[in-house]
Write a protein that binds this ligand. Sequence first.
Ligand code: UD1
Ligand code: PEP
Length: 443
Amino acid sequence: MALYRIEGGVPLTGTIRVGTAKNAVLPILAAALLAEEGTTELEEIPNLRDVATMEAVLESLGVRIERRGTTHRLDARAIHSTEPPAELVGLMRASVLVMGPLLARMGEVRIALPGGCNIGSRPIDQHLKGFQALGAEVQLEQGIVTARASRLLGTTIYFDFPSVGATENVLMAATLAHGETVIENAAQEPEIVDLANFLNAMGARIRGAGTGTIRVEGVSRLSGTSYLPIPDRIEAGTYLVAFALTGGEGYVEGAIAEHLVPVIAKLREMGHYLEEDEDGIRIVATRDPKPVDVKTQPYPGFPTDMQPQFLALLATVPGTSVVTETVFENRFLHAAELAKMGARIRIEGRTAVVEGTSLVGARVRATDLRAGAALVLAGLAARGTTEVLEIVHIERGYERLEEKLKGIGAKIERIEDEDLTPEPPPLFLPRFLAPGETVGRGT
Ligand SMILES: CC(=O)N[C@H]1[C@@H](OP(=O)(O)OP(=O)(O)OC[C@H]2O[C@@H](n3ccc(=O)[nH]c3=O)[C@H](O)[C@@H]2O)O[C@H](CO)[C@@H](O)[C@@H]1O
Ligand SMILES: C=C(OP(=O)(O)O)C(=O)O
């Protein structure tokens, strides 16, 4: 098990580059399953644990993957299985994204229901509702979901909540359905638009991605294509916060400002100076930041995946800030870890009331991906030494984080320590339901 050791208190300066978005790459990898003809070439694929897991899932189904540097070529012509192994599905929730493509192309899929995780129960009822609306027969028995349909039929589907994963799964399924599918109350995240652009490049006919209504005209076959997915807006936001927290200044190269509107707005509201251009975003931290209130929302609202990093930032800003989490029901575990560093945060249900103070180094534990990123950021600003344990979570979504942060002056080391803790269990244990238990949104 590895940890990060950080000596805090150094204002970060310089240029840091963001990689390709994990949350765009994962659904695009799943969508590559739809290519019955040709091969798919994906460029600038980040070296992340989640990407490796998704590729292992695809390989278990018969996809052949050839990696040349950061370009990965996928050949999905000879799929031989529609049952991704539970051990792999248990490593990463996003494995459920293979459901839509397998159902659409192969007419069936059998997969372990992914369980909850440290940020919430995360049911998949909206995904299943979408498949059923498209005419699939969906069964849930002892934690295994089976969906079958000889040919999906286009229809209108309304999501109760604009779920990112459900929109992606149903969008992929609808590409090969007979007739038109309309997805209403669809998620509008940039990663949805990227997936739709990729599917259209494969031959799909999708309009309206990025709005609340997506229309899909089904086609009979899709082919492989070449594609470069979008840069990672959450990684970019994390680096903007790193400059702000340490009172530094620098440039986040590759960041797309249009994808980061609420993050930029809140940093400006705090008094930080931000300048956007075509290639990235420049930030100069103010010495006198103001507290702000933040409420997470589906896109284009403030992203829940930036909430932990902002909690770390606001923990150091004099005055009272209020952070409200509306997307996940349990995404404040990092508050207790930040408290070990001196943060003064009171959790009241879905709200965190933060009284800004200065932080001191401590030994803390990453409870999930963005919680871990928040602790690294806090460590960069804290007096003394911080050790962040269980960085396996962080490595799901940040490539060479310590190297990149070192490049802008951070004192951070990645240390392998065999004795630290035993190998962790799967991050998302497949969930086995009791007979009759529902899988609805538990919030
Ligand atoms: C791989 C990926 O892209 N992950 C992102 C994706 O996760 P993910 O696709 O899992 O997020 P969703 O938008 O689906 O989930 C949002 C909320 O809806 C609930 N829900 C979702 C589906 C469903 O069928 N029923 C239901 O109740 C979830 O429990 C959660 O409370 O979007 C989240 C919200 O922006 C981000 O935090 C994750 O980083
Ligand atoms: C919650 C996240 O990812 P996932 O949905 O894969 O757990 C995230 O990227 O912050």
